[in-house]
Ligand binder design. Sequence first.
Ligand code: HAM
Length: 442
Amino acid sequence: MSNAGSKRAAQPIRRVKGTRDLLPPDTAVWAAVEATARQVFERYGYGEVRTPILEETELFVRGVGEATDIVGKEMYTFTDKGGRSLTLRPESTASVARAYVENGLQQWPSPVKLFYIGPQFRYERPQKGRYRQFFQIGAELLGDPGPISDAELLLMLVDFLGALEFTGLTVLLNTVGGEESREAYRRELVRFLEPKKDLLSEDSRRRLDTNPLRILDTKSRAERELLEGAPRLVDSLTSEDREHFEAVRGVLDRFGVSYRLDDRLVRGLDYYTRTVFEITAAGLGAQDAIVGGGRYDGLISEVGGAETPGIGFAIGADRLIDVLPESFRRRALPAPAVLVATVGDVPLDEALALAQELRAAGLPALAELARRSVKNSLKRADRLGLAHVLLLGADELAAGEVTVKDLSTGDQVRLGRAEVADRLRSVAAAGSPDQDDEEEER
Ligand code: HAM
């Protein structure tokens, strides 16, 4: 049916709540962060794994744990047309564990070191630093139970953050012990909290039955006060768990990793055993964790594989990039291109021809392909943040030359066409468009 005559604009369609469009030049910063991750992780022997974004719901129910907020409240779960219950992955460790088992990676030389970069989905209340689609950069080390592996993984993480030019970040470190230690502690904690049950929030009362350790994570001030006299997990540790933790700390000390012990750090996923850690950053408000991770020696068997220890971390890329040091961000931004414009009635494809010459020489270049006045081209170049405009008039064309206009000083100089690429390259390398002015004026 035609709607001729009624030219009403259609309702704009908006992005899904809690998701974002990432646009240039920010995407260049994302790409530089990801490239740095690849570079650093590969130095430690990690290879990239890409698992599907869709998984059977059961994977997360078993892997992450039925009593967790993620599985209980936050998953994007739906039934597909074949009647299967599928879930958009809320995290990637369970997927990596499944892929390890399914692809027979236990046959590979141990330990197997994998990293991933990709979107995750959680139905959380969106706020600053918290999205429903967010991105993680993660690493998993599978097959080595020893404490030196815990420390090596943390060294890699610290190296990566250093390569992004972060300073002053501290790893918050704790141990949640193995199954035996945690069982003993769970009993102690429940014994302590049971008589105070009425003072607990509804959430915490529920957790008292399902997952009492998570109560330690409470944000409520009243509950925090209540917990001040609570038994401490460290007092319930088996001697093996205690030794493991001490050994991790010993290696971190040897390599000068700055960490702070935090015996309230319990993490929100059920698979953790022994070492757990987070890194928080100032300037992010309530959602200040930029990294979370830890050891998960029971996860692989939980998803159907032979018992295999593992440890890993995931960095929240959205938050990380929010607080990225300015020095790194600046370096990551693309080198501004030049704009090539024709003057008068010089054919427009002469601008394209010069732009192609510069591109062939490896320089970024834009060409003015619509007829505009020089004034408007200069204005456009200025809005694009470019440093130079190259002008091709009939004169220049006849002489095999180009007029190079420096937008920051307004100076212009005529150069032989063959010299232009070299000149632009040396100006870019000097980092300052003004540096060659004197020479140009000669
Ligand atoms: P997680 O603590 O749930 O751990 O998430 C890791 C990081 O992802 C968080 O510290 C945060 O930076 C980021 N993140 C989580 N949820 C959101 C959100 N809604 N919006 C923005 N960023 C978010 C895990 O996911 C584990 N798989 C980590 C791990 C790997 N443990 C062992 N290996």
